[in-house]
Design a protein around this ligand. Structure first.
Ligand code: BG6
Length: 489
């Protein structure tokens, strides 16, 4: 399906996100004919670039895509640049003039996407200036796309939300969580709701625990300044991980519409057992990477990184036990963990089913393992079902076997998360964006933890070596309940 004709305005067009994700995604949509020839992208940022410089940059950003070819120049010709001061009203007036011209030039009926890929402190003022200067008052539609972080706690998020809600309605606001654009995250819903065999077992009678791991090998790179104030809890848990939990735990929606799906996700977040300040360390573990060896190279610890306090209290690793107090999930821990500088780059969900009520193979030297459903989100995309089957030799004993479905055979052509999300936004489908209610509940849950951790200095930091799977306390969190993290390669 081709998207309606529209103009995308990117705030922060000289930045990293635009270069790494947005331009390549728009290019792929263009190549796949999902965007008509009648489209324009306007890049705005502080720098005094010309259209030519901007277009050169756009071309560079797509030059390593496999489909790069003679179209690249034509594609880049749709890009226009405007030097912009977000605090100066005149900038908005200039932009308005340019957008009207481009509407004419490309036959666009006033449809506009304002994509804010820049420092969050400007989200509110930009939104209100856009409205005040009439940029949203066209015959077509206007949509606002917002990158994270959406606030740094509940209060700041609410304040930000109020600011943007003065200018845009909730259904015009597209809050990006790029995990919701990932193929296998979107697949959670299909695996659950298109298979009778899983849905019937998807509850506390048959599932003993669920584990979500999102590990990274990279350290904080050049983002020390941002990361110091966020840490793994705000950077990954509050948004991406909570969204995955909600998708795994939600009730079947009555229809696959954005409102129905979002309202089921909201119910999960409302059912999350809140943790008091005193209980935080019973449910959550924090870690910070020290130095170590990765790929045969020595790497420095977090406290030695650029723009990081040498005594930093920031967690680069978080593990937690989430309890969802509703009928379906009472008693089933959802274990989560995420961190930087871990052994491998991988995101995976493991659903561990309960042991059988009686083990007939116990005395026969059988290696009877619990059934697992593993959802591989990245880098592999697919699912693996761990079962037990008869061992060829040795009579009535069992051996673990795996049923594998690999979704990543055509990686080159599977759309990237950002490509999907930009496409959805152009079509007006907000299913895979976060509603304010989800953001709010997720902040309320996370706030207690971050407050407790900011008050109490972690005396044991750094407490995990670069290249490891995090501090040992993270293993204890599961061991207390008789479980362990599955490493399911
Ligand atoms: C971002 C975080 O939201 O997600 C980064 O800010 C993190 O710190 C990234 O590295 C992980 O995304 P992905 O898609 O590589 O798992």
């Amino acid at each position: 399906q081709q998207t309606p004709k529209s103009i995308i305005v990117i705030f922060g067009a000289t930045g990293d996100l635009a270069k790494r994700k947005l331009f390549p995604s728009i290019f792929r949509l263009y190549r796949e004919n999902k965007i008509s020839e009648d489209f324009a992208v306007v890049g705005v940022a502080r720098r005094e670039w010309s259209n030519e410089e901007f277009r050169g940059n756009v071309q560079k950003s797509i030059s390593n895509l496999p489909t790069f070819g003679k179209d690249a120049e034509k594609f880049a010709s749709h890009f226009h640049y405007l030097p912009f001061d977000v605090t100066n009203i005149e900038s908005y007036q200039n932009l308005n003039g340019l957008l009207s011209e481009l509407d004419e030039q490309y036959n666009v009926p006033g449809n506009r996407i304002f994509y804010l890929a820049m420092a969050p402190e400007f989200f509110g003022p930009i939104a209100s200036n856009l409205k005040q200067e009439g940029l949203t008052a066209t015959k077509g539609w206007s949509r606002l796309v917002i990158e994270k972080p959406f606030g740094h706690d509940y209060d700041s998020a609410e304040e930000l939300n109020e600011q943007i809600r003065h200018a845009f309605d909730e259904d015009q606001i597209y809050r990006i969580d790029h995990y919701l654009g990932k193929e296998m995250v979107q697949n959670i819903e299909v695996i659950r709701f298109a298979n009778s065999m899983f849905e019937a077992l998807w509850n506390n009678q048959y599932i003993s625990n669920i584990q979500i791991t999102s590990s990274e090998t990279l350290g904080v790179e050049d983002r020390g300044r941002y990361y110091e104030s966020s840490g793994a809890l705000l950077d990954m848990v509050q948004n991406h991980i909570m969204q995955v939990v909600a998708l795994l735990a939600m009730e079947p929606p009555i229809k696959l519409t954005p409102d129905e799906i979002r309202s089921e996700k909201v119910k999960v977040l409302r059912a999350l057992r809140s943790v008091t300040a005193e209980e935080v360390n019973d449910y959550f573990v924090r870690g910070q990477y020290g130095k170590g060896v990765m790929d045969g190279e020595e790497v420095i610890g977090y406290r030695e990184e650029n723009a990081v306090d040498p005594e930093s209290n920031t967690a680069t690793f978080v593990a937690g036990k989430l309890m969802i107090d509703n009928f379906r999930w009472a008693g089933v821990p959802f274990y989560i963990r995420t961190g930087k500088r871990m052994t491998e780059k991988s995101t995976e969900v493991v659903v561990q089913f309960k042991d059988l009520p009686m083990n007939l193979y116990r005395d026969k030297s059988a290696d009877l393992q619990p059934n697992l459903l593993v959802i591989h989100i990245q880098p592999d995309e697919g699912i693996t079902l761990h079962l037990n089957a008869k061992k060829e030799t040795g009579g009535a004993t069992s051996t673990p076997v795996k049923l594998d479905y690999n979704n990543s055979s055509d990686k080159m052509n599977t759309p990237e998360a950002y490509e999907r999300l930009i496409y959805d936004c152009m079509l007006g489908d907000a299913t895979n964006f976060t509603h304010w209610d989800e953001v709010a509940l997720s902040w309320k849950f996370v706030d207690t933890i971050s407050e407790a951790w900011s008050k109490e200095k972690a005396t044991n930091f750094p407490n995990y070596e670069s290249g490891s799977m995090g501090p040992k306390e993270s293993d204890k969190l599961l061991a207390e309940n008789g479980f362990h993290w599955w490493s399911v390669k």
